[in-house]
Design a binder for this molecule. Sequence first.
Ligand code: GLA
Length: 706
Amino acid sequence: MVLLCSLGATAQRQQFTIETQHVSLVFGVGDNGRLYQNYLGPRLSHASDLEHLPGGIEAFLTHGMEDYFEPALHIQHADGNPSTELKYVSHETSTASDGASQTVFTLRDDKYPVTVRLIFKAYADQDVIVAHSEIVNGEKRAVTLHNYASCLLSLSRNQYWLTEFSGDWANEVNMSESELNFGKKVLDTKLGSRASMFMPSFFQLSLGGKSTETTGEVLVGTLAWTGNYRFTFDVDQNHRLRLISGINPYFSAYELKAGETFVTPDFIFTLSMQGRGLASRNLHRWARHYRLKNGEGNRMTLLNNWEATFFDFDEQKLVGLMDDAVRLGVDMFLLDDGWFGNKYPRSSDHQGLGDWQETASKLPHKVGYLCEQAAKKGIKFGIWIEPEMVNPKSELYEKHKDWVIHLPNRDEYYFRNQMVLDLSNPQVQDHVFGVVDRLMTDYPQIAFFKWDCNSPITNIFSPYLKDKQTHLYVDYVRGLYKVLERIRTKYPDLPMMLCSGGGGRIDYEALRYFTEFWPSDNTDPVERLYIQYGFSSVYPAKAQCAHVTTWNKQASIKFRVDVASMGKLGFDIKCSDLKDDEIKFCQQAIATYNRLKPVILDGDMYRLVSPYEGNHASTMMVSPDQSHAVVFAFDINPRYRENLLPVRLQGLDPNRQYRVTEVNRMGGWPLGCDGKTYSGEYLMTVGLNLFGTTRLTSHVIEVTTL
Ligand code: GLA
């Protein structure tokens, strides 16, 4: 350890800065020729100061050398030597194809021809940095990668507070915070295809003390990988934190052949000096502009039949629901699970998965007829698929057992009565691509796919990979990307929803291919206030599908619609479940939503009052030019004679005058602020009385400049 400290403190021959508008990340080469990370924090604007920075921790810690903490890289060389020592070779900066400022460090081992590139893309305006590594095997024979992180960041602060987002099906992203002290805290998953089921791949890390929505230094990070991930927070004896992000090395030793390169997934992070709200807005803006499929485009409202019918429908019922969609005024009808399978019709989740032909008894005129009906009624048609999966009771399983991930000599066990197809196998990739391609070829009118994934990888053995079983978790994800890339190339404008029994699969690599995701099967609006709040830490409103259902009948239709209007609005309901005045309310609310969509979906989000504080919640969205805002306010569980505080708005121009108008009203008295004019300063310092003491009450106000 003495050696480590002295190394860290050696004079730095060269310093390199990666910077955004408000953040600097500084690396330096030590006298020993190795690369160190010397700083990560608020931007340092005087280049002459950099030489004063104390030496930091090695930029990409390797196994086998003198640092005693968790390595970012562990390679077993062809001759069996398990150590790697990386020396700095070169540093290049350029402008990436998307406009980011890109820095590439090339490092090499003197004794073994292994090259590592550390690649950082800095997005100045959003204060977002995207980092990954590439490992090139220049040896004559294969090497084995045991640890291959995307990124290692080190930080030196007196306190670290980690917020994690754990949960389960229908109970996603519960936020909890704990302090990190000496030792390791690991957030990871081994679920494979449904990797995020217990925790999606993101976290908030408050530095130097706890942060709030508007104060404190906070790093928010996420791994763009649709499979097993691992974040290791390793606090050393000097209270320095090493944060290692990457693919989970669990059962994933990867053989890299001579000449091959292993490209790790992106670790995306932002650092805010003004609390968590800004960190989220940075990521939202970055995602809409650079990452989310059609991130700056429009989104369709829809009516989905899942909760309205489950598996119990026929052509007539579906056409009736299309009439409901028209009546409500949404853009699209989405046909969910249950439309396929003939030998084993998909009448429940026990059978049929994998057999993507329309069930003749349910849909005698096939999907084409439904497309025609939708077109006649002036709405779009979308369809549900779950192409990576199979029920053992299916023709696909009977024909292609070798396509199924399963242990050859053990009894099978099932998650939701199904198994996962082996996407490491190119034939399976063709099959999965073919599910979309066949539907689009037969029915080019299909305007939307909901792509589901209801099982983690179980029975973990790939018939295709044979003696390379530890490649399965990685090659599965790579196979999935190959399929999604083919779909995007052939159908570039096709919107798709990423679903995994709710938020069981969600990350920024998948969202290159998906326009939106389904955060939870739980559509109880009270639960959704928490779930949407949690996901908003990293994902923009535009990507979060939010549907109005009958899950919580105690909540009025207004409350349910108001909650769902904070995201990408949809309905999963029959008009016959609603009274006339409720239908009228929905019609008006959808029209208002369409008018306010540019602010709600493309504006900056400010989380004003957290549902975690107890009785109320409020979120607002503000247009980038600060001329227009929408504020949502909810009374969840107020107390009798509670001392109600005004809600202070954020993000407005203090010197402009704004008119406040309540929208989505359904009976009751208008708010006192309705129709009044205030300065932005007043709205942000004094605030508006938007809360009351009646349970499950909600208000939506529109704020516009005069
Ligand atoms: C998953 C999805 C639901 C629905 C069902 C259909 O649970 O999350 O929205 O599509 O599958 O089986």
